[in-house]
Design a protein around this ligand. Structure first.
Ligand SMILES: [Zn+2]
Length: 444
């Protein structure tokens, strides 16, 4: 059996607004001591609307943010004088509806905002709100406001709550912890993603205290995380001009065995060259000759990977004929296709070439480990169908299931299938397929 197909039908069900009960954990690191007291707000709870009409006239706003000087100052927020009631997500919605003068849409969900408070506490918001003089209720798409990176719905709500109250809520556990019950959640994928989102939010909207907080948070992650999980931290540090964090991640990756292909494919700007510079060591004459011979093979390998980028399997055949010392396994073409190509091409190369399906790359990853990192269920099924061993461990002792679980948020795994978005559905499906394979009945 060579082919397995999955169909995905996105649900039209609205995403539930998070309740305050989801965020009851405490974290000293996530509680900024600058908050003295917090205002309490009243009003009814906001609910996502079903039909969202978004103006598309934000291009000028986005450009203005992209080119804004980094010296922009941020209005210092002033602690409120009233109550010491703990702030919750419900409070955000209450503020929003009471001050229903604008909306920001995040991941398709509109969130009411208070223009006055946000304009006072972020110069970026201040300038943005002045730009749009259209009549009626103002609507902004968050993706139009951010020149780089991404900010998830839950992370943006935490960011908004900080702007309103000057107090940072602990990270919602269902978003910032993974599915693996063995994980300490101190540097797994969801924990990193959540902190990266908040670094982007605080850097783009210029809230220096939060930038410093999440730089420290990500710095501690960068020491403990698996090296491949350091990549999103380094990308965020690069875009957010977090030089110290960037340098730390560069050193971590340079001293690791992370392969050059991943570095070149996933890191922006000059970061690959900088890492290459740190990795270079003085070589003897014999080593230099060996490297020169290897570089000939590498040229062919790079061209083969390029051919895969263009879905040209026939060219891969021809390039292999140019260097008869090179086998398809030597090129790590399967690892490359699994990491970067679409599922149809992965299926095609699996059928066209005879791979050692459980071959390891320079990091000790099999193609199935790579597919688990990518969380693409159909590719996982193709590999299992070709005999990939689900119990093979990485050099640091992780199985494909462990890899998947440590990259999957609790929320994504626990959501009902009919309420899942595509990525959520895939996350859950990958784990289910691998668990069934472990039990020996995936293909029955
Ligand atoms: Zn975890």
């Amino acid at each position: 059996m060579n082919e397995f197909y999955f169909t995905y039908e996105p649900s039209s069900a609205p995403v539930a607004f998070p309740s305050s009960s989801s965020f009851t954990s405490s974290s000293d690191e996530f509680t900024d001591s600058i908050s003295q007291s917090i205002s309490s707000f009243s009003g009814s709870e906001a609910k996502p609307s079903q039909n969202i009409s978004i103006s598309s006239s934000h291009a000028s706003n986005r450009l203005s943010i992209q080119h804004r000087s980094t010296s922009s100052s941020v209005s210092e927020a002033r602690p409120s004088q009233n109550t010491s009631t703990a702030f919750s997500y419900a409070s955000i919605s209450e503020v929003s509806l009471d001050n229903d003068d604008a909306e920001i849409v995040i991941e398709g969900i509109p969130v009411g905002i208070n223009l006055g408070i946000l304009a006072e506490r972020s110069k970026i918001f201040h300038d943005l709100f002045k730009l749009k003089e259209l009549p009626g209720k103002k609507k902004y798409l968050l993706n139009d406001l951010i020149p780089f990176g991404k900010i998830g719905y839950e992370a943006f709500l935490v960011f908004l709550s900080y702007l309103y109250t000057e107090k940072l809520n602990p990270p919602p556990l269902e978003i910032s912890t993974c599915v693996d019950s063995e994980c300490a959640h101190d540097a797994c994928g969801p924990a990193i993603d959540f902190a990266v989102d908040l670094l982007y939010a605080s850097a783009i909207f210029k809230v220096p205290k939060l930038v410093a907080l999440f730089q420290r948070r990500l710095s501690s992650f960068a020491y403990r995380a698996y090296v491949e999980d350091v990549i999103p931290i380094l990308v965020a540090a690069f875009h957010c001009d977090s030089d110290e964090l960037e340098n730390q991640c560069i050193q971590r990756i340079a001293s690791s065995n992370l392969d050059n292909i991943s570095i070149q494919k996933m890191l922006p700007g000059d970061l690959p060259k900088i890492i290459e510079f740190y990795r270079k060591e003085p070589m003897s004459d014999a080593q230099q000759i060996s490297v020169a011979m290897d570089s000939l093979h590498e040229k062919i390998i790079r061209r083969i990977h390029k051919a895969l980028d263009f879905d040209d399997v026939e060219l891969v055949h021809l390039l292999l004929l140019e260097d008869l010392d090179l086998t398809i396994d030597d090129t790590k073409a399967l690892h490359y296709a699994v990491a970067y190509c679409d599922r149809k091409l992965v299926c095609e190369v699996l059928n066209c070439f005879s791979f050692d399906i459980n071959l390891r790359n320079s990091q000790g990853f099999t193609a199935l480990h790579i597919a688990a990192m990518r969380k693409e269920p159909s590719i996982i099924m193709y590999l299992l169908g070709k005999g990939a061993c689900v119990s093979d461990l990485t050099l640091d002792g992780r199985s494909a299931i462990t890899i998947c679980k440590r990259l999957t948020r609790q929320k994504n795994y626990q959501s009902k299938i009919e309420q899942c978005q595509e990525t959520t559905y895939k996350d859950r499906l990958c784990i289910d397929i691998l668990e069934r394979a472990m039990q020996g009945n995936v293909l029955s």
